[in-house]
Structure formats: C-alpha cells, structure tokens
Design a protein around this ligand. Sequence first.
Ligand SMILES: NC(=O)c1ccc[n+]([C@@H]2O[C@H](COP(=O)([O-])OP(=O)(O)OC[C@H]3O[C@@H](n4cnc5c(N)ncnc54)[C@H](OP(=O)(O)O)[C@@H]3O)[C@@H](O)[C@H]2O)c1
Length: 386
Amino acid sequence: MSARRREAPAPAASPRPNEGAPCRAARPPPAAPGGAEQEQAPAAAPPAPAAAMVGREKELKIRFVPGCCELVEEDVDIPSRRVLITGATGLLGRAMFKEFHENNWNAVGCGYRRAQPRFEQINLLDSVAVHDIIHDFQPHVIVHCAAERRPDIVESQPDAASQLNVAASGNLAKEAAGVGAFLIYISTDYVFDGTSPPYKETDVPNPLNLYGKTKLEGEKAVLENNEAAAVLRIPVLYGEVERLEESAVTVMFDKVQFSNKSANMDHWQQRFPTNVKDVASVCRQLAEKRMLDPSVKGTFHWSGNEQMTKYEMACAIADAFNLPSSHLRPITDCPVVGALRPRNAQLDCSKLEMLGIGQRTPFRVGIKESLWPFLVDKRWRQTVFH
Ligand SMILES: NC(=O)c1ccc[n+]([C@@H]2O[C@H](COP(=O)([O-])OP(=O)(O)OC[C@H]3O[C@@H](n4cnc5c(N)ncnc54)[C@H](OP(=O)(O)O)[C@@H]3O)[C@@H](O)[C@H]2O)c1
C-alpha cells in the first residue's frame, strides 16, 4: 500500500478530487510541500486558518476532439482546506465525505475492504501506510470514523476490535499531531451506563459492554497522543444505507413492511436516532470553527432530540410510509441476549449548541429519505416521487 502511494503521480498529474475519481490523495501545492503553516506550528497545534478557500494547481486533462483525444495541462481550482476521512466507505464516513466535499474542502476518504475504486485503501492497523498518507496529504483536519461498532462482534472478537478502536486510534492521533492536523475522533453514547441521563461531556463514563469500553479507551488513547484533538460522542445512527442491515434503525424496515407476520420490537431501551448527514454537518462546522479558534478542542456530544424505543421508531417508519403497524409488538423487558446496552444514554448537546453548532433533521423526514429505495411497494414510490 505504501509502495503504491510512493509511486503515485506528482501533484500536477493527479486527478482533480472534485471530479470523477476522488480516490487519490491530492497533495498540497508544490510551492509549500509540507505546508508553510505546519512548519511554523508546534507539533500538536492546528494549522493556521487557510488564507484562501481555493488554490491553483496544474492538472492533466483529457480533451476529446473528433477522431482522437489529447492530454492537456490546465490550471484548476483546488480547495485549500484539506480533510482526511477514515471509514469513508461506512455509514457515517460516506455522509462525512460528501459533506466536506460539497462544502469546498479538498476531501480524501480512506476505506479498507470496500475502498476501491473510489477511496484510498488504507489498513489503519498498518502504521507505515497511515504515516505515509498523512505526510503525503498534509490534512488540516482528520475525521476518524473507522471502527468496529457492532457490540456483539466486539464481544466475540475483542482483540481485533481493540486493535482498531484503541491502538489504531491512538496511532492516528499521534500522526495527526505530527502534521498539526485537527483530529475528530467519533465516539459513542455507549460510554455511559444509561442510569442517569442526560449526560454532559464532564460526566463520568461507565460503559456496560466491551464496545463502549474500547471506544472509551480509544478516546483516552486519542487525547493522550494529541491533546489538541476532539472527541465527538453520538448515539444510534441512520441515513442512506447500502443494505438495510447497515444501521440498527433501517434494519427494522422489512419487519415493518411485511405486515402479514407479527414482529417483536424492543420497547425498553430509549434511543435518540441521529441522521448521519447531521453528524457530518456538525463535524464540518466544528472543523471550520477550529480553523478560526484553536481553543476549540476536547469532548463534545451530538444527538437527535427525538426520544424513541425501537418499537416507537418502527411505528414512526410505518406511519411515514402509510403502512400498518398493528403487527408490531412492543417488548418492555430488558433484552437478555447479546451485549448489555444502556437503558437511556441521552447526550446533553448544549456545549456544541453554545458554540452555534448543530443540525437536526426530523426523524420522519430523514427516515423517509433513507428508506424509500427499499420500499417493496413500488406503487407508493411512483405516486410520491414521479
Ligand atoms: N452506527 C452507529 O449507530 C453508531 C452509533 C454511535 C457511534 N458510532 C461510531 O461512528 C463511527 C462510524 O460508524 P459507522 O456505523 O459508519 O461504521 P461502519 O458503517 O461499520 O463502517 C466502519 C468503517 O471502518 C472501516 N474499517 C474497518 N476496519 C478497518 C481497518 N482495519 N482499516 C481501515 N478501515 C477499517 C470500514 O472500511 P471497509 O468497510 O472498507 O472495510 C468502514 O469504512 C464509529 O466510530 C462508530 O463507533 C456509530
């Protein structure tokens, strides 16, 4: 992987990240290979705010003329603010990449098994590959979304989960500090035990399951290696999915749709379903605030504000699509299978709100937008969207 990166073409020949193939890390302009601002900044300090939103770079483009095509060198605009996103192939990472890319950031996404062809393929356990991409790209901001986030998988494969959630996060934080990049580590409400909500950033965590423990250890590893980093804790996510199983919210859709079969739904755990687009917007706002104000760092909370059990989410989904919900059965007992879950880990988001940062999509709006491609009843889709 690192060898492939070293052989990558020089900046002038790399594809423009705003077009077609945003996979290659577009290097900073050749005039400032290390970024002048990084040379002046102490190791863990953020880079100085980018003076301009865009810079000029030379780029090779293919020009088609009748009968042939030719390569020409053209000046192009490249956003001067650079962001590296880990886990860009995942549920949150995809929304994160889109949010930064569409808001005038030079965004490079990393994935692992699903990386090709769109993103850089980096195994975060490979510290050489991580070092190389960060030193090549010199990001101002890194949003670290990659993790093993399925509690039951973490319980069954604790060592692998700890390597990714803890060790790789600490290493990434160290590398970010080395180039003065602002790291945002995505964490979870599962660091709390759910017995006395709502939780402020200063409240003492007490994770009930191994997933929550590894994410909390990941937070500590990040802040120990990079005191200027940020931790953003978020609750259960939903959004545009590749498969319904990608989110604990969207996975309920088939049970809702197939109303000829009764379905048991948890009505014990209180959740705050949060749209990935909102989390992505919050991260971008946080990054932009930090580029103006170096004191923006530490732990933050963000969450949707509609409290629902899974049963209530399923009923809301049925309602949004005018489907019956009488086959859904609320189960009010504490679940006995799988990893332990907090009853109510509601996050207090006032710290970010005080900074003027936030975005909340109503659940009914967001879930309809996310699920309509999976609707079995095509007639409904035709009526509403055509
Ligand atoms: N989903 C939720 O409900 C939820 C709730 C609270 C907090 N969070 C946190 O939010 C973040 C994003 O979660 P998500 O739901 O978007 O996760 P996800 O969809 O499961 O995506 C996980 C990402 O991690 C990448 N990855 C896995 N192993 C890797 C490795 N060895 N090297 C590099 N990348 C690797 C995956 O890449 P490939 O697929 O390409 O291999 C994928 O992009 C996580 O930190 C999670 O703890 C999630």
